[in-house]
Design a protein around this ligand. Structure first.
Ligand code: SAM
Length: 217
């Protein structure tokens, strides 16, 4: 249950310097939704030392684990100043955390599948939530999704394809833009991704660009 969660009243009310003391009040631009044990955060942080990266995770103990992991890494390395984690239900009030058009990457890696039809509204990709993701993403920003559940892959693909502000982008196109290291991390840096590899499972990747809509006056 998330009844004990407290939400910021607006993005301006968040003091990010508590999360990233080395960066003043710079705001995060990569967000990992349902970051689990933090494998993506920890892998990307040293590769993008000037980018602030945040994980959102709903489970208390898992969030604490990631926090402890970051604290330990910071103590023994000059890196990892740019990575942090927040306990939050990412399906609620995301625009209270992130300013409009402030994110350049949003990650949904191996999200919970919620198999039953009546639970589909619990999925982290839905028409309502896509409007929020589009709001917090900067035009040109990328949504990265990956799953080992074929039905969920189709669900995410279909909903993102149907949304006017998102456009499917081929993996190779992103690699040509220099996003190969991000894609490699998306495939295999997380605990869930590694588990799928151990079980020789299949992975479905689908990435989408937040497009800019030209206004017609
Ligand atoms: N992305 C990680 C990985 O690839 O290893 C974790 C995948 S795990 C299957 C899904 C994670 O999403 C869990 O840690 C779960 O607690 C978290 N989660 C589920 N719903 C969430 C929500 N509404 N807000 C934040 N985190 C959520």
């Amino acid at each position: 249950s998330d009844h004990s969660l407290v939400y910021p009243s607006s993005p301006d009310s968040i003091d990010w310097s508590i999360h990233y003391p080395a960066f003043g009040n710079q705001r995060p631009s990569f967000a990992d939704i349902g970051c689990g044990f933090g494998g993506l955060l920890i892998t990307l942080a040293p590769q993008f030392p000037d980018t602030l990266i945040v994980g959102l995770e709903i489970r208390v103990q898992v969030t604490q684990y990631v926090q402890d992991r970051i604290t330990a890494l910071r103590a023994t390395s000059d890196n990892y100043q740019n990575v942090s984690v927040i306990r939050a239900n990412a399906m609620k009030f995301l625009p209270n955390f992130f300013q409009k058009a402030s994110l350049t990457a949003l990650f949904f890696l191996f999200p919970d599948p919620h198999f039953k039809i009546r639970k589909h509204k619990a999925r982290i990709i839905s028409p309502t939530l896509l409007a929020e993701y589009a709001y917090v993403l900067a035009p040109g920003g990328i949504v990265y999704t990956i799953t080992d559940v074929e039905d969920l892959a189709q669900w995410m693909r279909a909903h993102l394809d149907a949304h006017p502000l998102f456009q499917f982008v081929e993996e190779q196109e992103l690699r040509n833009e220099g996003k190969g290291p991000i894609l490699d991390a998306v495939y295999s840096s997380t605990e869930e991704g590694k588990k799928v590899e151990r079980n020789a499972g299949q992975k479905w990747l689908a990435c989408f660009r937040r497009i800019e809509v030209k206004r017609i006056n």
